[in-house]
Design a protein around this ligand. Structure first.
Ligand code: TEU
Length: 560
């Protein structure tokens, strides 16, 4: 069945790093803001974007850059005001762009009014969070936390609160206490938050860590290298039920959609979460395809093999009726540094950025593009830990140090995995601070901004940006690229070939993830024929995949 979100191109904005302006109470403060976004709407439109996913702009003490919310109905003054936000909705609408908000409701900030009240054991808000007495050791009360779980941010999951005499659960930072979804009042609160934003014009929500809301039990977790305890809260039946209730009571009354960020999710869980008949989520973000060259909790690198990537993609492309397709977000390293050539063979930076564009735009599903991806932005060239802001990177350093991992390895792994790789300011032009701010940017600007920036690519027909724009426009007119079946054809350590089929049309796509030319086996090379729609190198097909080439062919089978 055709639907609006399936035909859409979504663009993620991480407001802090997008565009600073002089038009807030904190002019030129080095932090991006809502008036800054408004000033860039025409550029976003020019790319062919239909929907913006806005990372959190709510009031927050910023322990996790806005993913710790202290008021769901107010705007962080550094980003602007509610009037600015309303203007953003209106200006986007004028351009035919809808906005989905980031729904972060697994946890609130510890500075949220609910949590502050809940610290009083007799408060009606006590049960909004998960409070438990600690374990008694040698007669000493609360000497140890209530269970042995370990957190997403490399640290503890329980924080002792003197005032309460109990611990509260936090799967993420200690400033992000988890809400208690066994309390129906919490679900009512969330419904009201949804209604608030839908009434303002939101087209739906990207739902943060939405499959870990419901903690079935607080028993000890079984042995695990990372995130011990997950079997008690990952994709639980209670969680499915919460999603169904939110959908039934609120979301279904509006023209909107949801995409869930689902951590550690596997395909059977995803099928339940996205089954159209169960009415839970419309799409979800899984992680497997970005972890084919990593071990244990995404940090430790292992060799990239194209075959593995195709295997994972095939499982997910074929396993769900429909899903989101993404390669970057604000938590991931830049794809051109990860699977592309930016670090392995910088001379192929541009071609590999285009190759990845073609890869994404020829997969089945709704494409999500992260700010900067469309100009091929690369990982942050930071020189030491002091230049990093990310809580996860700092947590990881502490943990690895404790484990006795040598400094050089720690540095290597943090450099490759840090979430700040994606969070450096958007590179708009070659003026100071890449045109992001007139002040001091909150996080370093990548020093390659003079070579890689929006202004220089805007009118350059050879640029990564231009390539994205053309592919997006092409895809919009192709039912086959949007809806066609995904059929894997061939892969080895370096190359991938697959097809998309819809009615009488077939697209065949081939990609080389290496710096050496590769000749596909004859049988498969023969499929690379018909109309050459696009190639990352800009060259014609000559029987070999050039280094970092991506190429797309179309054939039409007429049945008389
Ligand atoms: O991310 C969830 C999540 O699991 C990641 O933070 C993951 O642990 C991390 O990427 C490891 O590198 C979401 C948001 O996208 C993230 O920005 C937030 O920090 C987190 O939830 C908590 O709200």
């Amino acid at each position: 069945m055709k639907s609006l979100y399936k035909d859409s191109i979504v663009y993620q904005i991480y407001p802090r790093s997008f565009q600073d302006s002089s038009k807030t109470g904190f002019p030129d403060d080095g932090i991006g803001d809502i008036p800054g976004i408004i000033s860039r709407l025409d550029d976003i439109k020019a790319l062919g974007v239909d929907v913006i996913w806005l990372s959190p702009v709510y009031k927050s003490p910023d322990a996790d850059n806005g993913y710790d919310i202290s008021d769901y109905r107010d705007i962080n003054p550094k980003f602007g005001t509610m009037a600015d936000m309303e203007r953003l909705f209106a200006e986007a609408k004028k351009r035919g762009i809808r906005i989905i908000m980031d729904l972060v409701v697994n946890h609130t900030s510890d500075e949220h009014e609910w949590f502050q009240k809940s610290r009083d054991p007799s408060s009606p808000y006590r049960d909004y969070y998960i409070w438990r007495p600690g374990k008694t050791v040698n007669g000493k009360k609360s000497a140890k936390p209530p269970n042995n779980w370990t957190g997403f941010f490399m640290g503890d999951t329980w924080e002792y609160d003197e005032r309460s005499g109990e611990y509260y659960l936090h799967l993420f930072d200690r400033k992000q206490p988890d809400l208690n979804y066994k309390n129906p009042k919490v679900i009512e609160e969330v419904k009201n938050i949804l209604r608030f934003w839908l009434e303002k014009g939101a087209a739906g929500f990207r739902c943060d860590v939405i499959n870990v809301l419901y903690k079935t039990s607080l028993e000890n977790g079984k042995r695990s290298a990372a995130i011990r305890g997950k079997e008690h809260y990952k994709s639980q039946e209670g969680n499915h039920e919460v999603l169904r209730v939110l959908r039934r009571d609120v979301l279904d009354n509006y023209d909107c959609f949801t995409v869930g960020e689902t951590v550690m999710v596997d395909l059977p869980e995803a099928k339940l979460l996205c089954d159209e008949n169960r009415r839970e989520l419309d799409m979800l973000f899984y992680f497997d395809h970005l972890e084919t060259d990593r071990r244990i909790a995404q940090f430790i690198p292992k060799k990239f093999r194209a075959r593995k990537l195709l295997e994972v993609l095939t499982k997910w492309q074929q396993g769900l009726d429909w899903n989101a397709v993404y390669f970057e977000n604000h938590d991931q390293p830049r794809i051109v540094s990860h699977y592309g050539a930016a670090e392995k063979a910088p001379e192929y930076w541009q071609r590999s950025a285009k190759m990845i564009a073609l890869f994404q735009m020829s997969l089945r599903g709704t494409p999500f593009i992260y700010q900067g991806q469309e100009i091929g932005m690369t990982n942050f060239d930071f020189k030491n830990l002091g230049e990093l802001n990310d809580v996860v990177s700092h947590g990881l350093e502490k943990l690895m140090k404790k484990m006795g991992i040598p400094a050089s390895l720690r540095w290597k792994w943090i450099k490759a995995s840090s979430r700040d790789n994606a969070r450096t300011p958007m590179q708009w032009d070659d003026s100071e601070n890449a045109g992001f701010t007139k002040g001091k940017p909150w996080l370093g600007v990548n020093s390659n901004y003079r070579q890689i920036n929006y202004a220089s690519q805007k009118n350059d027909t050879d640029s990564v940006l231009y390539f994205y724009r053309e592919l997006i426009a092409y895809r919009k007119n192709s039912e086959c690229l949007i809806y066609g079946d995904f059929i894997p054809v061939f892969a080895d350590n370096r190359i991938i070939i697959y097809q998309r089929k819809y009615k009488e049309e077939t697209f065949t796509a081939a990609f080389n993830f290496s710096s050496v030319p590769v000749k596909p086996p004859k049988k498969y090379a023969a499929l690379l024929s018909g109309e050459q729609v696009a190639s990352a190198s800009g060259e014609e097909w000559e029987g070999k995949l050039r280094p970092w080439e991506g190429i797309l062919f179309k054939t039409i089978q007429r049945n008389f």
